[in-house]
Design a protein around this ligand. Structure first.
Ligand code: URP
Ligand code: ZN
Ligand code: ZN
Ligand code: ZN
Length: 462
C-alpha cells in the first residue's frame, strides 16, 4: 500500500482553512491531523509549507472533440484533460451528444469511445438531448442508472440542438420524477436568428456583431421562461453559462421565491468583455462563444451573484477552436465563426486571482470551483473536498508564484490564448489524482488512460 503524506500546508476546503497534515493511502484520503500530533510515516512526503492544499478542481462543463459549427473542438480528451491537470483540475464532466434520430445510449457509447483509455484525469458525462420524444424521455431513466444524471437542452441553435417549450417541459417533468437535473442553454435562438439575418443584410459582418445580436434581453427572456417551465414541471433547473446581469436577476428572483434554480458562470464572462469581441483584424473571433461576452458593466453583477450564492458554480464551457483554420470560417460572416472558447487550463488560477483581487474569499474559491460542482453533479464527497474517504484528488498550490498566461506556454491544443499576457498571482505546484502524482516539479508525470469514468449520483445540491 502506498502512503503519501502532505505536510505543513494550509488545507482549504469550502468550509474550513486548517493547518493540518493530510494522510493518503492508495487512492484515498484517510486522515487529517495537526502537525506534531501524529507519528505518520509515508512512502512519499510532500512538503507544502507556505502552500495551500486544496481539492482538485471539478469542471462541470467541457466539450472535448465535439463536432460543432461544421468543425470539431480542437482538444481531444487526451490533450484537454492533460491541460486541465496542469491547471489543477482533476475531474471534468463533458457533454455526450444524442444525434437526432439516435438514442441517448448511442450518444453515450460514442463519447465513451472517444474518452475511455485516453484521459489524464477522471471524467463523467452529461447528455445533450437533441431530440425530446417519447422514446428519449424513457431513455433518460436508463441513463441515470449509467451515472449520467443531467441533461442539457437548448432554447438556442434552431435546427441543431433547439428544443421547443413543450419538449423542454416534458424533459423537466421526467426529471421531476426520475431525479435528473435539466441543464438549460437559455437564449431565445429563434429571435436571435432573425437578428442575425437582419444584421448580415445591413452588412454587419464582424465578430463584434455576434455579441450585439445575441442580446442580453434574449438571454434574460429565455432564462425566465425555463425557470417558469421548471416551476410548472416541479423540477430543479440549472442554467449554464450565465453572462447577462438581466438573466442573473431572473435567477435571483426565482431563488428569492424559494425555487430550486441554479446557475453557473464562466471565467470568460468574469474577466473578458465586448471590448475583446471588438478587437480589430478579426481577432474578436477568438472571443466568440454563446452566450456571448457582455459589456464590462455586467461583471460586477456576476461577481456579486457568486458571493451571494445566486450563482453556485464556475465552470469553463471549454470548447476550443483554432484561430487559423477554424475561427476563420467566419471571416466576412460572424454567424459562421464556430462558437466556443478555450479555458479548461486556467479556471483555478483565474479564480485564485479573483481571491487576490478581493472578489471572493479563499473558501468561496474552493466552493464554486470544487465543492459546489461536485454536489451539483452527484460527485460529492468523493470529489470536491479533502476529507477522510474522499478521493485523493489534491492540489498543492503556491499562492505567491507569479505567472503570465500565454499560448506559448499553455497545454491546450489551440493556437491562441483568450488571456494572452494576463498576469496571475498563484500557480499549481503538485497535482495528485486518486493519490497518484500527475503534475510534479513543473512536469506532467501522468499518462493517458489514468483518468477513469466516474458514474455520477443524483444532484446533491437540493
Ligand atoms: O459557445 C459555446 N458555448 N460553445 C459550446 C456549446 C455550448 O452552447 O455550450
Ligand atoms: Zn450552451
Ligand atoms: Zn457548453
Ligand atoms: Zn495511472
Amino acid at each position: 500500500m502506498t502512503r503519501t503524506l502532505i505536510t505543513g500546508g494550509l488545507v482549504i476546503t469550502a468550509s474550513d482553512e486548517l493547518h493540518v497534515d493530510v494522510l493518503v493511502e492508495e487512492s484515498r484520503v484517510v486522515a487529517l491531523a495537526t502537525p506534531g500530533s501524529h507519528g505518520w510515516t509515508a512512502d512519499r512526503v510532500i512538503d507544502a509549507r507556505g502552500k495551500y492544499v486544496i481539492p482538485g478542481g471539478v469542471d462541470g462543463h467541457t466539450h472535448m472533440e465535439m463536432p460543432f459549427g461544421g468543425t470539431m473542438s480542437s482538444d481531444t480528451f487526451e490533450t484537454g484533460t492533460t491541460a486541465a491537470a496542469w491547471g489543477g483540475t482533476t475531474t471534468i464532466v463533458d457533454f455526450a451528444i444524442q444525434s437526432k434520430g439516435g438514442s441517448l445510449r448511442e450518444g453515450l457509447d460514442k463519447w465513451h469511445e472517444k474518452a475511455d483509455g485516453t484521459c489524464a484525469i477522471d471524467y463523467g458525462f452529461h447528455m445533450i438531448m437533441s431530440d425530446v420524444n417519447d422514446a428519449t424521455l424513457k431513455q433518460m431513466d436508463k441513463l441515470i442508472e449509467a451515472g449520467v444524471t443531467s441533461f442539457k437542452l437548448f432554447t438556442a441553435y434552431p435546427g441543431v440542438f433547439y428544443s421547443d417549450d413543450g419538449q423542454i417541459l416534458r424533459a423537466m417533468q421526467r426529471a421531476g420524477t426520475n431525479g435528473g437535473l435539466v441543464m438549460m442553454h437559455a437564449e431565445n435562438g429563434i429571435a436571435i436568428d432573425v437578428l442575425v439575418e437582419q444584421a448580415l443584410a445591413r452588412g454587419e459582418r464582424d465578430p463584434r456583431h455576434h455579441g450585439e445580436v445575441r442580446r442580453a434581453l434574449l438571454e434574460a427572456e429565455a432564462t425566465h421562461r425555463v425557470i417558469r417551465l421548471s416551476q410548472v414541471a416541479g423540477a430543479p433547473v440549472y442554467v449554464v453559462h450565465v453572462s447577462a446581469r438581466e438573466a442573473l436577476a431572473e435567477l435571483t428572483r426565482a431563488r428569492d421565491e424559494g425555487l430550486p434554480v441554479f446557475g453557473e458562470t464562466c471565467p470568460q464572462y468574469l474577466f473578458l468583455s465586448t471590448d475583446n469581441l471588438a478587437e480589430p483584424d478579426f481577432e474578436g473571433a477568438k472571443y466568440v462563444c454563446s452566450t456571448p461576452l457582455r459589456p464590462k458593466e455586467h461583471q460586477a453583477a456576476l461577481w456579486r451573484g457568486l458571493r451571494t450564492n445566486d450563482l453556485q458554480v464556475v465552470s469553463t464551457d471549454h470548447c476550443p477552436f483554432c484561430f487559423k483554420g477554424q475561427k476563420d470560417m467566419g471571416i466576412g460572416d460572424f454567424s459562421k465563426i464556430p462558437n466556443g472558447m478555450p479555458g479548461v487550463e486556467h479556471r483555478m488560477d483565474l479564480l485564485h486571482q479573483a481571491v487576490v483581487d478581493g472578489h471572493i474569499s479563499r473558501r468561496r474559491w474552493i466552493e464554486i470551483a470544487c465543492a459546489a460542482p461536485a454536489r451539483m453533479f452527484g460527485l460529492y464527497p468523493r470529489k470536491g473536498t479533502i476529507a477522510p474517504g474522499a478521493d485523493a484528488d489534491i492540489v498543492v498550490y503556491d499562492p505567491e508564484a507569479e505567472q503570465v498566461l500565454s499560448a506559448e506556454t499553455h497545454h491546450m491544443n489551440v493556437d491562441y490564448s483568450a488571456y494572452e499576457g494576463k498576469r496571475i498571482t498563484g500557480r499549481v505546484e503538485t497535482v495528485l489524482s486518486r493519490g497518484v502524482p500527475i503534475i510534479e516539479g513543473g512536469a506532467y508525470v501522468g499518462h493517458a488512460g489514468h483518468g477513469a469514468y466516474v458514474p455520477r449520483g443524483l444532484c446533491q445540491y437540493l
